[in-house]
Design a protein around this ligand. Structure first.
Ligand code: FMN
Length: 190
C-alpha cells in the first residue's frame, strides 16, 4: 500500500516536472499550451483563408457569461491598414480585431469573454502551425480615430488585437517564450 502510494506520488512529480520543463507529455493540447509563445518574428507567407476560417471558428466557440457571445471580429488583411495598427508588422500578417459593445451590459463580465475568445484564436493559430501575438497597446488609438477606416461595427469598441502570420521554422519556440513564475510563487493550497 505504502509502496503503491509512493510510486504514484513519484509519477505525479515526474509528470509535473516534465510539463514544467516543456517536454512533450504525449497530450497534444497540453503540449501546445506549454510551448505556445507570443511571436514577434514573422515571414511574409500569406495566411490561408482556410486557416483564418478555422481560427475565427475557434473564437466563436469560446465560452461566455450566460452565453452572451458579446464579441465581433474584424479581419484586416490589407498590409497598409495592418501597418497602421502595428507599425512593425510584416506583410502577410493578418489582424483580428476583437470588439465589444461600447455600452457594456452590467454584470456580464464581458471583458472576460473577449479575453477567452482572443485566447482561443491565439491558441488555434499556433495549433495550425502559425504564430500569433495578442496586443492591447494599439487599442486606444484605434478607438479614438481609426474605427471607421477599419470597419469596426457601429456601436462597438476594440478591446484586443490578434496578430497572426507565419513564423520561420528556424525560430526556436522555447527560447522565444518569456519566462514564467514558478508554481511555488503562484499557487497556494489550503
Ligand atoms: C492582454 C495582453 C495584451 C498584450 N499587449 C501587448 C502589446 O501591446 N504589445 C506587445 O508587444 N505584446 C503584447 N502582449 C504580449 C505579451 O507581452 C506576452 O504575452 C508576454 O510577454 C508573454 O510572452 P510569451 O507569450 O511569449 O511567453 C500582450 C498580451 C496580452 C495577454
Amino acid at each position: 500500500m505504502y509502496k503503491k502510494t509512493l510510486v504514484s506520488l513519484l509519477m505525479v512529480l515526474f509528470t509535473g516536472t516534465l510539463i514544467l520543463k516543456g517536454q512533450p507529455t504525449g497530450n497534444s493540447t497540453v503540449d501546445l499550451l506549454m510551448s505556445a509563445y507570443s511571436a514577434r518574428m514573422f515571414t511574409s507567407d500569406p495566411v490561408s483563408d482556410s486557416d483564418l476560417d478555422l481560427i475565427l471558428k475557434c473564437g466563436l466557440k469560446a465560452p461566455s457569461a450566460r452565453n452572451g457571445q458579446p464579441w465581433k471580429f474584424t479581419v484586416v488583411r490589407d498590409n497598409a491598414l495592418v501597418a497602421g495598427v502595428i507599425s512593425n508588422a510584416t506583410p502577410g500578417n493578418v489582424l483580428i480585431l476583437v470588439s465589444g459593445p461600447e455600452s457594456s451590459q452590467q454584470g456580464m463580465n464581458s471583458d472576460f469573454d473577449y479575453a477567452l475568445a482572443t485566447e482561443n484564436m491565439y491558441i488555434a493559430a499556433q495549433a495550425l502551425g502559425l504564430g500569433a501575438r495578442i496586443y492591447t497597446g494599439p487599442v486606444s488609438s484605434i478607438n479614438s480615430g481609426k474605427k471607421q477606416t477599419l470597419n469596426i461595427p457601429d456601436g462597438y469598441r476594440v478591446v484586443a488585437v490578434l496578430r497572426v502570420g507565419h513564423v520561420s521554422k528556424d525560430v526556436d519556440a522555447s527560447s522565444s517564450a518569456s519566462t514564467r513564475k514558478t508554481i511555488e510563487e503562484v499557487v497556494n493550497y489550503r
